[in-house]
Design a protein around this ligand. Structure first.
Ligand SMILES: O=C(O)[C@@H](O)C(=O)CO
Ligand SMILES: [Mg+2]
Length: 259
């Protein structure tokens, strides 16, 4: 049975960030995820988690200047020191929050030398993996679709898996976002079978609109069963923009969350 995690960057945005934890718990979630916690002290977030009996499935390292269009820097030559600093910031949050998966975004590398980017990515990820290993934390690599994020370093699931292998560390894995995967790769059942054992987090949303996963071109009831059959024990992040309000759109979660 997949364990759903509400993505608090996209869901429950009707209330301020710190109040989204209560909203998620009230609606049956026992786990949450979010992109960036850094506007809040880790202790404030830890208090919400404890108060509402939640677990945090995942969050991202600082991504650089998000508003200016930056999407991480793991593969961007010349930003190694900033990457390592950001890894340190994320590690402090992960420790306080008891989180065991942290996503390190690769960056927009369009126009840069691909070999240099790959070497930078591998070296940076080795640094991050080694920093997080003692705490039992896995670093995640996500492929993003080129329509939403043109020029991102990793666009296909097999590329993400191959890069993880090239890092040669036990605590790195693919963040298998089925929304991006459907847009770029398709054939999701066979893809999940091929990648089985190499992903440590899953995310879902309808395609192409990125709304609730009960609409659109992918049958997520089927995909969640496939993940079950493959023995996937991790979380499934609900990373979508609710169509008409978060709570109004939660009907699809009933078979998975109960209620
Ligand atoms: O799929 C996404 O957009 C996120 O999981 C993410 O981390 C980068 O925006
Ligand atoms: Mg995602």
């Amino acid at each position: 049975m997949p364990r759903l995690a509400a993505n608090l960057t996209m869901m429950f945005t009707e209330v301020p960030f710190l109040d989204r934890f209560e909203a998620a718990a009230d609606n049956g979630f026992t786990a949450v995820e979010f992109l960036f916690p850094y506007e809040h002290r880790p202790e404030e977030i830890a208090e919400r988690i404890q108060r509402h009996g939640l677990e945090i499935a995942l969050f991202n390292m600082p991504p650089g200047n998000w508003a200016a269009g930056e999407r991480g820097m793991a593969a961007i030559p010349g930003r190694e020191a900033e990457f390592a600093r950001n890894a340190g910031i994320a590690l402090a949050y992960a420790r306080t929050l008891g989180v065991s998966r942290v996503h390190a975004m690769s960056g927009i590398t369009r126009g840069l030398d691909p070999v240099e980017c790959r070497n930078t990515f591998i070296a940076n990820m080795r640094v991050a993996c080694d920093m997080f290993a003692a705490d039992g934390i896995t670093i995640l690599v996500e492929a993003l679709n080129t329509r939403d994020v043109p020029g991102y370093f990793v666009a296909h699931q097999e590329e993400a898996a191959e890069l993880c292998a090239a890092v040669e560390r036990p605590n790195i894995a693919v963040q298998f976002d089925l929304y991006h995967a459907q847009i770029m790769d398709g054939d999701l059942t066979r893809l999940a079978e091929q990648l089985n054992g190499r992903f440590a987090h899953v995310q879902i949303a309808s395609v192409p609109e990125r709304h609730e996963p009960d609409t659109g071109e992918v049958d997520f009831g089927h995909m969640l069963k496939v993940l079950d059959q493959l023995g996937y024990q991790g979380f499934v992040g609900c990373e979508y923009n609710p169509r008409n309000g978060t709570v109004a759109g939660l009907g699809w979660t009933r078979p998975w969350l109960g209620g």
